[in-house]
Write a protein that binds this ligand. Structure first.
Ligand code: HDE
Length: 724
């Protein structure tokens, strides 16, 4: 046989031709295709009308983007089996062309994110305050899409980076889309949008070396912070446990800026938006965050995915702080200054609705990646204020979408399109999919009926609040924005001692990564204005010989009332619902104890995962087989909110010889977790140098009440008394 004949050799026949793959996830034809019967054979009919015979009538035929059926997806078209590829191979060319263009620019900030669908339900009629359609009636539901994110890291960065979290909500109201593009921290680093590029450059990887990734623990960030006193308040939040949330479900969200609500009479009130997690608040400890990033860099994604998959839908209440000019004038800070908050004790948060996330996306790229949030997306009844950061954002977001999504028609992508009717004369551009129908593409026009197209409506259309504006055209920072330390001090002093320790440790950790001693000293100088005790403790942690001088403040810091709402540990919710216990087991583990644990956790709305030496599982005390959810190497205790050790003595001894099992227990102890135990587990405790039941955070889970007592203790989330 000559070489040119090889293609006829069966060995070189295209693989799988005409075969049906049995692992195709669904029998359903692709979206937009209907299945039809034709002369006894099944066909899948494309939207364009052409028909393709399915392989064996079971699966849709693979096609090109043009809908042309493909016979061979395994081999390029060649001149002879060992010959050169041919230019006319349109299928190969199209496949590679498309693959080569799969990436779009990642977001310049908030690149790493995870989204879910849900709805917002109004629980209080707000028609006296705003004409926004979604707030007009109790029980009204508005579809919502939420994207959570970190800020500094690239798309592939780990979830547990110490960072601010984005909390961006798109509400598809009947009068258009309202985007509330917030964070999990109620204040921002800077007061003027002019400084945003500098802030982000300083926070992200340093430009000469391209690292560190998703870290503020480096010179550039702290250099910038130390030279920008207005950032000190938010810096304190970023050094608190707010920046290492347990997961998206356990964090608050904030609109940050002061906005306006405008009612049908045209009256305006100021408003600050809050999202309050029904699940309570919870964070991890730093050492845990570091380890989670290795054990499961997608920890937050997985958490949201799993909770929605199992029907445990995360929920937040929408809270409003509503106030008028009189309050704004009397309040001790400028309500337009985004580095300041209004304490809840000064102005209570009114709960007016709930946000429920109940559906994951069908496709991550199409929805979560392509979703385009814009602060300027507001609806009638919601308006802006002159907060200089908000004004700058209104400019920036549209701009960034053009770059990221490649054209002005990104609103045609389903995730961005309003669910209310759109009638406009805008047309054409890249990827236009919704051009106006008919003759008129301008206005005014003298056509009539359908031909005439839409017209503006002064009654129902969006009208801006007619706020008076005056002043000289200058580049100025308002005098009323001068106090940079008082609220930072208030934040620190509102924390529990445990949280204050964590902030001190975070500062020492971050500043110890800063190579330039002068930058470390400058930061400690600022801390003297926040709290002297804190400054001294950080100086000590850094090994400074003396305390640096405090910089001269623009405004002398004041002592403000402590605000309990600012602490996480004062607002954990007192429930263990939605949390997960990792139960380390061995062969022969007592089935009664395991069953009781599972029942008690079920009742609480929590779950449990079996962690075993082998993923295949174990044989329990009654001879039944229990499958493992994690093999101990891949299921370290950092992935769980609490743990239990349910083994035989022999099993515990075997586990004691495994570093991962020892780490499971010693980390749980070091991270202040509640630990359930059975006596037989003692050899493992001994091996890690711990006394079994040695503190009140360790609870015997055997016996009649063991499981119940364990779950009850877990409601406190962590046993902080173990902390030295
Ligand atoms: Fe953003 N921000 N931002 N930001 N921001 C973006 O828009 C910007 C700010 C926030 O999940 C970008 O689509 C400027 C404050 C979230 O898709 C960009 C300023 C707050 C998200 C942008 C700020 C936020 C973004 C990057 C200072 C909290 C992710 C990609 C004036 C209230 C949204 C994009 C998502 C994203 C600009 C400050 C929250 C470049 C100029 C303050 C949650 O447009």
């Amino acid at each position: 046989m000559s070489r040119s004949d090889q293609s006829r050799d069966p060995v070189f026949e295209p693989a799988n031709r005409g075969e049906v793959s049995s692992d195709h996830p669904t029998d359903e034809p692709r979206d937009g295709f209907e299945r039809v019967e034709h002369e006894g054979e099944e066909f899948s009919r494309g939207a364009g009308g052409e028909t393709h015979q399915t392989a064996g009538g079971e699966r849709p035929v693979l096609t090109t983007q043009q809908g042309v059926p493909i016979a061979d997806d395994q081999n390029t078209l060649r001149a002879g089996a060992r010959g050169p590829g041919l230019l006319e191979d349109f299928h190969f060319r199209e496949k590679l062309f498309h693959f080569d263009h799969e990436r779009i620019p990642e977001r310049v900030v908030h690149a790493r994110g995870y989204g879910a669908h849900g709805y917002f339900e109004t629980t209080e009629d707000l028609s006296d305050l705003t004409r926004a359609h979604l707030f007009q009636e109790v029980g009204r539901r508005t579809p919502a899409f939420v994207r959570f994110s970190t800020v500094a890291g690239n798309k592939g960065s780990p979830d547990l980076a110490r960072d601010v979290r984005g909390f961006a909500v798109k509400l598809y109201t009947e009068e258009g889309n309202w985007d509330l593009v917030g964070n999990n921290i109620p204040v921002f680093f800077i007061q003027d949008a002019m400084k945003f590029p500098d802030l982000v450059h300083a926070a992200k990887a340093e430009p000469d070396r391209g690292f560190p990734q998703a870290q503020t623990a480096h010179d550039n960030f702290w250099d910038f912070i130390s030279l920008m006193p207005e950032s000190i308040h938010m810096m304190m939040w970023a050094m608190s446990d707010r920046a290492i949330p347990r997961s998206f479900r356990f964090m608050e969200g904030f609109g940050v800026h002061t906005f306006r609500l405008v009612n049908a009479e045209g009256e305006s009130h100021f408003v600050k938006f809050h999202w309050k997690p029904k699940q309570g608040m919870q964070s991890v400890v730093w050492d845990e965050a570091v380890k989670i990033n290795g054990a499961d860099p997608d920890f937050h994604r997985r958490d949201l995915w799993e909770s929605i998959q199992k029907g445990d839908y995360p929920e937040w209440e929408l809270g409003l702080q509503v106030f008028d000019d009189e309050f704004a004038d009397a309040f001790e800070f400028d309500v337009l200054d985004p580095t300041k908050l209004i304490p809840e004790e000064v102005l209570p948060v009114r709960r007016v609705g709930r946000l429920v996330l109940d559906r994951m996306v069908d496709n991550f790229f199409a929805e979560t990646e392509q979703v385009a949030f814009c602060t300027q997306n507001v609806v009638p009844g919601i308006d802006f204020t002159d907060d200089p950061l908000l004004q700058g954002r209104n400019f920036s977001y549209l701009d960034t979408q053009l770059k990221r999504l490649g054209g002005p028609n990104f609103t045609h992508i389903p995730i961005n399109a309003p669910k209310s009717p759109m009638h406009l004369f805008q047309q054409d551009g890249h990827m236009a999919m919704k051009n106006p129908v008919g003759r008129a593409n301008y206005e005014p026009n003298s056509w009539s009926g359908q031909e005439a197209g839409p017209r503006e409506c002064p009654h129902t259309g969006y009208t801006s609040f007619p706020q008076r504006v005056e002043g000289e055209k200058r580049r100025l920072r308002a005098e009323s924005f001068r106090d940079h330390y008082s609220q930072a001090r208030q934040f620190y002093r509102s924390q529990t001692p445990v949280e204050q320790r964590h902030m001190r440790d975070a500062l020492v950790f971050e500043l110890s990564k800063v190579e330039t001693p002068a930058i470390r000293r400058r930061v400690v100088g600022h801390l003297l204005h926040v709290d002297e005790g804190l400054a001294e403790a950080v100086a000590d942690g850094l090994g400074l010989d003396d305390l640096p001088a405090a910089p001269t403040p623009a405004a002398e810091p004041r002592d403000l009332e402590v605000s309990d709402a600012l602490s996480i540990l004062k607002n954990t919710g007192g429930t263990f619902a939605g949390r997960k216990v990792g139960v380390l087991v061995s062969d022969g583990a007592d089935i009664g104890t395991l069953d009781a644990l599972r029942a008690a956790l079920d009742e609480e709305g929590a779950s449990m995962a079996i962690v075993a030496p082998k993923i295949g599982g174990i044989e329990a005390s009654d001879g039944s087989w229990i499958e493992a959810d994690e093999q101990v190497e891949g299921g370290p205790s950092v992935l769980f909110d609490a743990v239990a050790i349910v083994t035989t003595e022999e099993g515990a001894a075997a586990l004691a010889s495994m570093p991962a099992a020892r780490g499971f227990l010693s980390d749980a102890l070091a991270h202040f977790k509640f630990i359930g135990w059975v006596e037989e587990a003692e050899p493992l405790f001994q091996r890690v140098g711990a006394e079994i039941g040695g503190d009140d955070g360790q609870i015997a889970v055997g016996g009649d009440d063991g499981a119940g007592s364990f779950v009850e203790a877990c409601r406190s989330l962590r046993f902080w008394d173990r902390e030295p």
